[in-house]
Design a binder for this molecule. Structure first.
Ligand SMILES: Cc1ncc(COP(=O)(O)O)c(C=O)c1O
Length: 389
């Protein structure tokens, strides 16, 4: 491999949320943090060099996005995801979470009903509740180690004056890549019931054997009713550069979204975020291909390790993402005991299952975007703690 993903980088004392907030998060510094979704791999040279080049010009005033920025997104979506998009459809946001919140604020009113599908990324429920909207849970079903959408439940609930559905594809925390049939069914249900579809596809590039299908690529009617949110931040480890992309084909919806974006005066984006995004989408394919091989080997390593050494914990094998969902229900611990077990006994900082909503009880999420030696050390800590239970 040209790129070295085994390299250990000391991230402590760099103001890293993951490393330097352990005390606040877990009550102790004596912990290996494997929670928040950024990776411990260095962002590739071609991105760092493009940022360095920009710092040679010592004025960092307001700046616009050049055509090359838009072309990099258009080409990336075509080459990697077989989706033809137009420059006009592209808009931006400092992040996918801000974009989801802006969509909630722009297209719904207080007390409106919004469907989410837990267990799911915890900031979906926050975007609904913190904006005083009402959550309608369409809980996913876990069948033979894979999540499925409960369409019977959804069809009943979606008819009941729902305004929006926030969807996660690929799915965090389960790592599902939703298939064409499910996406069509879901997208069409939203169209038929006049429910705006917000599709969080931030993990779209981190897919192993399956193919990610942007839901808006499936039909003009679905595209007309969808806001797609994506970013290079997970893929190229750029979360701190606060730069994400929205693709909104429907002009009316796009204008309304952009109205809020402009009012908040965040439409310029961040100079470095824009440059990193363009560089990632222009030069990033080779690096990404190698990263995906490394991550898939990490996943296989984790799956085998649990099977052979800690069989009480079952691993949901992800189709995508560098996040793995651990089914710890056979440890027979309460939620509180399970959380404390990982912090105090295993000394690993994970994401607590219940924070992902109903269905998260008894689960923990581990981030495997690390050099393998760190993963191995973490798994040994977990094994020792489970053996002593
Ligand atoms: C599904 C999902 N959406 C959004 C985010 C965060 O997006 P951003 O940092 O662009 O706000 C994450 C981060 O883990 C995520 O998993």
């Amino acid at each position: 491999m040209k790129y070295n993903f085994d390299k250990i980088v000391d991230r402590k004392n760099t103001n890293s949320t993951k490393y330097d907030m352990s005390k606040e998060m877990f009550g102790t510094d004596n912990i290996l943090p494997m929670w928040v979704a950024d990776m411990d791999f260095e962002t590739p040279d071609f991105i760092v060099n493009s940022l360095r080049k920009r710092t040679d010009h010592h004025i960092f005033g307001y700046s616009t996005k050049p055509d090359s920025y838009y072309n990099s997104i258009i080409n990336w979506m075509k080459n990697r995801h077989n989706w033809d998009i137009k420059k006009d459809w592209i808009t931006s946001s400092p992040g996918v979470v801000p974009a989801i919140n802006m969509a909630v604020l722009s297209f719904t009113n207080p007390k409106d009903k919004i469907i989410i599908q837990p267990p799911v990324y915890h900031l979906f429920s926050a975007a609904v509740q913190e904006n005083d909207r009402q959550i309608i849970n369409n809980q996913l079903k876990l069948v033979n180690g894979k999540y499925q959408i409960d369409f019977d439940d959804l069809e009943k609930k979606i008819k009941n004056d729902v305004k929006m559905l926030i969807f996660c594809n690929p799915h965090n925390p389960g790592g599902m890549v939703w298939n064409r049939d499910d996406l069509l069914k879901l997208g069409n249900l939203c169209v038929e019931n006049n429910v705006l579809f917000v599709s969080d596809e931030i993990h779209l590039d981190m897919v192993y054997e399956k193919t990610h299908i942007p839901i808006s690529s499936l039909s003009p009617a679905i595209a007309n009713n969808t806001i797609t949110c994506m970013a290079p931040s997970k893929t190229f480890n750029l979360a701190g550069l606060s730069s994400s992309v929205l693709i909104i084909q429907n002009e009316e919806i796009r204008n309304k979204f952009n109205h809020l974006l402009h009012n908040l005066h965040i439409h310029y984006g961040n100079i470095f975020g824009n440059i990193a995004l363009e560089s990632a989408y222009t030069y990033g394919e080779e690096w990404l291909e190698q990263l995906l091989i490394y991550l898939k080997e990490n996943i296989n390593f984790v799956v085998d390790y649990f099977q052979d050494n800690i069989p009480k914990i079952k691993v949901i094998v992800p189709d995508a993402t560098y996040l793995m969902w651990l089914d710890c229900r056979n440890l027979n611990l309460s939620n509180e005991e399970l959380k404390n077990f990982f912090i105090q006994k295993a000394k690993i900082g994970l994401n607590d299952g219940p924070s992902f909503g109903p269905g998260g009880e008894g689960f923990q999420r581990i981030n495997i975007g690390y050099p393998r030696s760190i993963i191995e050390a973490a798994l040994k800590k977990i094994k020792k703690a489970v053996d002593n239970l």
